[in-house]
Structures are given as C-alpha cells and as structure tokens.
Ligand binder design. Structure first.
Ligand SMILES: NC(=O)c1ccc[n+]([C@@H]2O[C@H](COP(=O)([O-])OP(=O)(O)OC[C@H]3O[C@@H](n4cnc5c(N)ncnc54)[C@H](O)[C@@H]3O)[C@@H](O)[C@H]2O)c1
Length: 335
C-alpha cells in the first residue's frame, strides 16, 4: 500500500511509519522539521526510517500548498495526519504557530484529499479537546465544546473541518483523540522526558497543581497497535450505515468517527514519578508548583468504543513503559 504520514519525523508519526515499513508498505513522509524542539531528534528518527527503501522523505511545511500538492499528486491509499504544533503550554507563548500548522496545515491537506480521497484518512486529535469535563471517563459522544487552550481549540477545529470535508467529498475520516503518549523516542517537551533529564542532572522536577494531577498515560506501542487496528475499521458512508450502536460517535451525515486512544486508567502523577525513580535508580527532587494556565487536572479515556471497534485496549502499565523509555534515553544520550 502507498501511505502518506504527515509528521513522520515526530514521535508518533515515526513509530507508525516504522511499523508500516516493517510490514512492507510504501511510506511517504512529510515533515517540516520545525524547531519547536531539538530538530536533531527529528532528523535521527527520519534517518532510521530512511534505512528502509520503502520510505521517502519530503521536508516541507503543510502551509506550503503547492509543495503539498506535488507530493500528493498521485494520491494515497491511506493518509495519517500526525503533523501538528503540539503542546498545551506553548500555545500561550506562540499561538500563531498553532493557527499556521494546525488550521492552515490541516485545511491544505483536506483540500488535496478532496480531489483524490484516500480509502481512509486518520487524523490525530487530542484528549485536550475535553477541556475540564467533569464526567469521567471521557466519552467520544460527550460534548467537547469548552477548550481551555488554543492548542485544544485548534485540534477541535480540525475535527470539525474534517467532518465537513468528509460529508462534502465522501472522505472516510477517523479522528484519533490521543491521551498523553509516552515511550522511546518521546518528546522533549513532555513530562517523562523532562523528568528523566532533570533527575539524571540532579535538578528539580516541576510538579504542577502541587502534584495533584492524573494522566491517562498511553504507551506508544499500544497506541500504534490501536491506530493500525482502527485503520481497518473504515467509517461507512451515511447510505451504508447500520442501525447506530450506543456509544458510537459515527456521524449520521458523513463517513466520520471520533475514537479515543488511551490507557483507560489514569495514573497519579506521584505514582508516575515513583515509576521513573525506580527506572532511573535515583530519587527526584520535587518542586511543587501551582496549576498552569490551560492545563487540566485529570484526563481519563473511555476506551469502550475503541474496544467495540477493534477488540483491543491499551494495557501496558507505566511500570513497564517507563523503564523502556529510560533505557532508550540512556542509550540515545549515552548517560
Ligand atoms: N504525544 C502525545 O502525547 C499527544 C497527545 C495528544 C495528541 N497528540 C497529537 O499527535 C500528533 C503527533 O504528536 P507527536 O507527539 O508525535 O508530536 P511531535 O511534535 O513529535 O510531531 C509532530 C511533527 O510534525 C512536524 N510539524 C509540525 N508542524 C508542521 C507543519 N506545519 N508542517 C509539516 N510538519 C510539521 C514537526 O516537525 C514534528 O516532527 C500531533 O497531531 C499531536 O497534536 C500527541
């Protein structure tokens, strides 16, 4: 199969592309190698993908419509759209990056897909769209209309944009709401990476909301497994839809569905730190901080729809996932 992965030098896009290449697919990767975090990590990921002759890399920003159109010229069987300006906190500092990458970038991709739709497009969204919803676990059919950050707002907007294109141009779309993904080759701006770096350097780790946070940490291999299984579950066009199943987010107006991918089991931040301390073999020095603007105290994925559609739920506990990240970190940075 010929597959487009946007954000192929990113944490999740890299892992997905690697799995696709291993099973023999042809993967075209698009990534602008943006400087949001150390581009050398992104280049190192692409270098690994480039060992496989089925991979070709296109370094471009999705905002560059002409360049994107050229890469898309012959169309693709599948499209995975994982490129984005991610991160809740940075969206207070550099909001325009989110408008450019997430809104304009996603719009450009929808425009090229409109002319030549893939069999299935899977677009990354985020648990952040649930805002401070008090009802847990978060369900795909709950309202998610109160984003607390511009990051969340742009991701929710991409869901709505994709719905309209799916409806108008019959593009089958699954929106994937990811919950705090972690693992080897992870992102330097995320807690696990920062904590391990700080502990190894004997520096303080910042625990926001005075440590009273719970996150539905999702191990990367589990997430990729869920994405690959969902790929085979193409949302049906309205005329072909069966009687709706309770809890399904399938749109009656489009071949469009939203699915959570999370562990379905929130971990207390303190337990997460304890798992890191055990894996690193050192105690962390804690710096308790107030809640950050735009952040939420808990994320908790409802995983019934994922299970209903794929027969699969993520299951790797942090006690296994964290050591595998730490092993990668020590190897990569030789520490
Ligand atoms: N990692 C998580 O916990 C998490 C959680 C929820 C949602 N997500 C979403 O999953 C997707 C992948 O996230 P990730 O953790 O791999 O992030 P990442 O930052 O590692 O990867 C994103 C990649 O997209 C590229 N990119 C950014 N803007 C671009 C643009 N305008 N044009 C072309 N390339 C561009 C970056 O260079 C980067 O390599 C994103 O859409 C993100 O919003 C991630």
């Amino acid at each position: 199969m010929r597959i487009l992965v946007t954000g192929s030098a990113g944490f999740i896009g890299f892992h997905l592309a690697r799995r696709l290449l291993e099973r023999g697919d042809e993967v075209v990767g698009i990534d602008g190698i943006t400087p949001y975090y150390d581009p050398s990590l992104k280049k190192a990921r692409h270098k690994i993908l480039a060992r496989n002759t089925g991979f070709s890399e296109h370094r471009l920003l999705l905002e560059d419509f002409d360049a994107l159109q050229k890469v898309y010229a012959n169309g693709f069987d599948l499209v995975y759209h994982f490129a984005a300006q991610a991160g809740v906190r940075y969206s207070l500092e550099a909001p325009r990056a989110y408008i450019d990458a997430n809104l304009i970038g996603t719009y450009n991709l929808l425009e090229v897909m409109r002319r030549n739709p893939p069999r299935h497009a899977l677009l990354a969204s985020t648990s952040s769209v649930y805002g401070a919803n008090a009802k847990v676990p978060f369900s795909e059919i709950d309202r998610a209309d109160h984003p607390l950050s511009l990051y969340a707002a742009t991701k929710k907007a991409t869901e709505e944009m994709a719905h309209s294109y799916s409806h108008l141009f019959q593009i089958p779309v699954t929106m994937l709401r990811f919950f705090t993904v972690y693992g080897p080759w992870g992102r330097p701006d995320m807690a696990l990476f920062k904590f391990v770096a700080a502990i190894l350097a004997d520096q303080l780790i910042d625990l926001y909301n005075y440590g009273n946070m719970r996150r539905d940490f999702t191990f990367i291999d589990d997430l990729i497994e869920a994405v690959l299984r969902l790929t085979g579950v193409v949302p049906p066009q309205p005329a072909d839809q069966p009687v709706p199943v309770p809890g399904d987010s399938l749109s009656p107006q489009a071949a469009f569905r939203v699915v959570n991918i999370g562990a379905g089991k929130p971990t207390d931040l303190e337990d997460f730190v304890a798992a890191i301390e055990a894996a690193v073999g050192r105690k962390a020095r804690r710096n308790f901080m107030p809640m950050q603007q735009g952040d939420v105290p808990v994320t908790f994925a409802g995983t019934d729809l994922l299970f209903e559609l794929t027969g699969y739920r993520p299951a790797t506990p942090v006690s296994e996932g964290v050591p595998s990240f730490v092993a990668w970190y020590r190897d990569y940075f030789r520490v």
